[in-house]
Design a binder for this molecule. Structure first.
Ligand code: UGA
Length: 435
């Protein structure tokens, strides 16, 4: 079976590479020539564990190809996946311009029966709109539109794609269902639950899932705040809650607030759609506003730990990306926290294992360091913003010696408070001691 994937962002590229690994012939299209040129040299341009080798391996077999334009070879595809970006607009709604543009471009090239699949995260009702655009741009085309949202996480995208908790497919026709079943046959074999539903339901499943996960994080962040007021330990609370199978232990790790290219954007879209349809979701509105204010609150926490004054003080920041194992800086908490510290007069010295090239496009006035210890040089405090594995076993004696004052603000709870205190650090973390 031949597949065309439109868009080579995280979702498009990972899907394309993984489907070619399943044995399908995949052509990925992106209008960004720089991206396609790099991909044709086997370089995905994004840091995602395992992706580069998977791309190279499948290019070598000839099953994975990249091209910069819509050409006649698309006519041979039985499946066309739209996996383009849907960024947030000012009003909170996702901008669907790229999705609709992809549909317009692909419509004249539909030939024989084709399933056009929305893999981009798109609001409920989008499959219908894509159907109309395709019909308008090629009256006699024989096609169906399916919704097949993606649930992979950056940093573990390939594993998530190859071994998903579930696959959701929204289709209205039996013919499309048969073809989509064939596409996911390798996952049927490992007994992955595959949910067939309507396109509208599939679209909403994606938003409801992301909103629920963001709510879980927000909930534990609010409990962490309460722990700080009451002297309780949020880790013990989360662990014990998580042992109740009805709650589950995942996504109960407190931190500086969620970031990334999905949760912030998708919550805004869900809230905007719910309002527009006259069924507002107050819970999600609260999640959005709490998460936004949390990042500012984290900056205040750091300033307070530095004697309520950071003017002219050097502060070491370890971790810039919104989570480990990615170089993605989109909506990272660091993008709110660092400028707030700079506004208060702090001089920032930062290090991130993979995110610094990206970070340079977002942050100014930073001393970029080559390793964690260089960032500590002459600093009044060390702040952990991302829990990269390499920060979990740093040389604490060396840290104490290098810092001007032994203050650590750990916004990811990487270290154990008792041990840090024993070593003579002023150690501030999230929800583990009364403040
Ligand atoms: C998220 C979802 O987890 C994926 O299922 C979904 O496919 C994806 O969005 C998407 O819509 O494309 P991702 O944005 O890669 O994936 O990252 P997550 O691992 O979900 O983390 C998001 C944010 O929440 C990060 O800033 C992370 O630090 C934070 N987080 C996560 C916490 O603060 N606590 C937790 O317990 C878990």
């Amino acid at each position: 079976m031949k597949i065309t994937v439109i868009g080579t962002g995280y979702v498009g590229l990972v899907s394309g590479a993984c489907f070619s690994e399943f044995g399908f012939e995949v052509t990925c299209i992106d209008k960004d020539k720089k991206k396609i040129d790099a991909l044709n040299k086997g370089n995905p341009l994004i840091y995602e564990p395992g992706l580069e080798s998977l791309v190279k391996k499948n290019m070598k077999t000839g099953r994975l190809k990249f091209q910069n334009s819509f050409t006649d070879n698309i006519k041979k595809s039985q499946i066309i996946l739209i996996a383009v970006g849907t960024p947030t607009q000012r009003n909170g709604h996702a901008n669907l311009e790229h999705v609709f543009d992809a549909a317009k471009q692909v419509a004249p090239l539909l030939s024989g029966y084709t399933v056009v699949v929305n893999k981009s995260t798109v609001p409920v009702g989008t499959a219908k709109r894509v159907f109309s655009i395709l019909k308008k741009n090629q009256r006699n085309a024989d096609f169906d539109v399916a919704s097949n949202p993606e649930f992979l996480r950056e940093g573990s995208a390939i594993e998530d794609f190859m071994r998903p908790n579930r696959v959701v497919i929204g289709v209205d026709s039996l013919k499309a269902k048969r073809i989509m079943k064939e596409l996911y046959r390798p996952l049927f074999l490992i007994e992955t639950p595959i949910i067939f539903t309507s396109p509208q339901t599939a679209e909403l499943i994606k938003y409801a899932s992301n909103a629920f996960l963001a709510t879980k994080i927000t909930f534990i962040n609010q409990i962490a705040d309460l722990c700080e007021k009451s002297g309780a330990d949020v880790h013990d609370v989360a662990k014990s809650m998580g042992l109740d199978k009805r709650i589950g232990d995942k996504f109960l790790h407190p931190g500086p607030g969620f970031g990334g290219s999905c949760f912030p954007k998708d919550n805004l879209e869900l809230a905007a759609t719910a309002r527009a349809l006259g069924s507002p979701i107050g819970l999600i509105e609260e999640v959005i506003s709490f998460n936004k204010s949390r990042k500012k609150k984290m900056a205040r926490k750091i300033i307070l730990a530095c004697g309520n004054n950071v003017k002219g003080k050097k502060i070491a920041i370890l971790g810039l990306t919104f989570k480990p194992n990615t170089d993605d800086m989109r909506d990272s908490p660091s993008l709110d926290i660092i400028p707030a510290l700079q506004k208060a007069g702090a001089k920032i010295q930062a290090y991130d294992p993979e995110g610094m090239d990206q970070a340079k496009g977002y942050l100014r006035g930073i001393k970029w360091c080559n390793n964690p210890y260089e960032a500590l040089d002459g600093a009044e405090a060390l702040v952990f913003l991302t829990e990269w594995n390499q920060f979990r076993a740093l040389d604490l004696k060396r840290i104490k010696k290098t810092l001007k004052k032994p203050t650590i603000i750990d916004l990811r709870n990487i270290y154990v408070p008792e041990q840090m205190k024993k070593m003579g650090f002023k150690y501030i973390s999230i929800g583990r001691e009364a403040v």
